[in-house]
Design a protein around this ligand. Structure first.
Ligand code: G3P
Length: 218
């Protein structure tokens, strides 16, 4: 299972990378805006900065919604660095662009996936990664993990090469559930990755070990 961090914050990306478990980064226009990165040139430079920290795939999202625009932007993004993966929304022109990029050897991440039908289309179009949004499905009182389960089953039925990149992860349990289902990649906020560390018995056990050591050495 690959771990990506879902942020445009360079400090958080460095912290996740230093932990030694990071395989890549995903971003989106909202995450860029959150860091105050605006304007085309600044955004492109920020992608390169991220690629210079992490040795792994970095998703960079297109803003265009028409085929020609998506292709132009995607090709420009792909030229920034060999680790860039072009993030394309699940819309009709996006699906056409996925096929175009796939035929040209440009890797893609199809984003804003909320149904199994969309997941089938993206795989048929040759997407490298598929991003179903778990938390946003949970937000509308459906079960985001049910969507993941459905996609895992369908992709296994046909041996689709597209990797499932579970997104909109909100807590460590989402990560564990994805691992149980055999999801290829999770992209998470740093706090969900760090949340995997926590167990009260670990804290209690460590406190006891240290207290016993100190007794013997005092
Ligand atoms: O990768 C998509 C992700 O950033 C969306 O997460 O928490 O905004 O639903 P969230």
């Amino acid at each position: 299972m690959k771990f990506f961090v879902d942020t445009a914050n360079l400090d958080q990306i460095k912290e996740a990378y230093d932990l030694g478990v990071l395989d890549g980064v995903t971003t989106n226009p909202s995450l860029m805006a959150k860091e105050g990165i605006t304007g085309r040139n600044n955004i492109l430079k920020h992608y390169v900065d991220i690629c210079n920290i992490v040795d792994g795939d970095v998703s960079a999202e297109v803003i265009s919604t028409d085929f020609k625009g998506i292709v132009k932007e995607g090709e420009e993004l792909a030229e920034l660095h060999p680790n860039i993966v072009v993030k394309v929304p699940m819309i009709k022109d996006g699906v056409k662009a996925l096929r175009h990029f796939s035929d040209k050897g440009i890797r893609t991440n199809c984003t804003l996936i909320f149904s199994a039908g969309q997941a089938i289309l993206a795989a048929k179009a040759g997407a490298t990664y598929l991003s179903p949004f778990i938390g946003r499905v949970d937000d509308i009182n459906w079960d985001g993990m049910d969507l993941i389960d459905q996609i895992v089953e369908i992709y296994a039925n046909y041996g689709f090469a597209t990797e499932i990149l579970a997104a909109s992860i909100r807590n460590p349990l989402h990560i564990v559930k994805c691992a149980e289902m055999g999801v290829d990649v999770v992209t998470c906020p740093l706090k969900s990755i760090l949340g995997l560390l926590n167990h009260p018995l670990t804290d209690i056990g460590l406190a006891k070990f240290l207290a016993d050591y100190n007794k013997g050495n005092s």
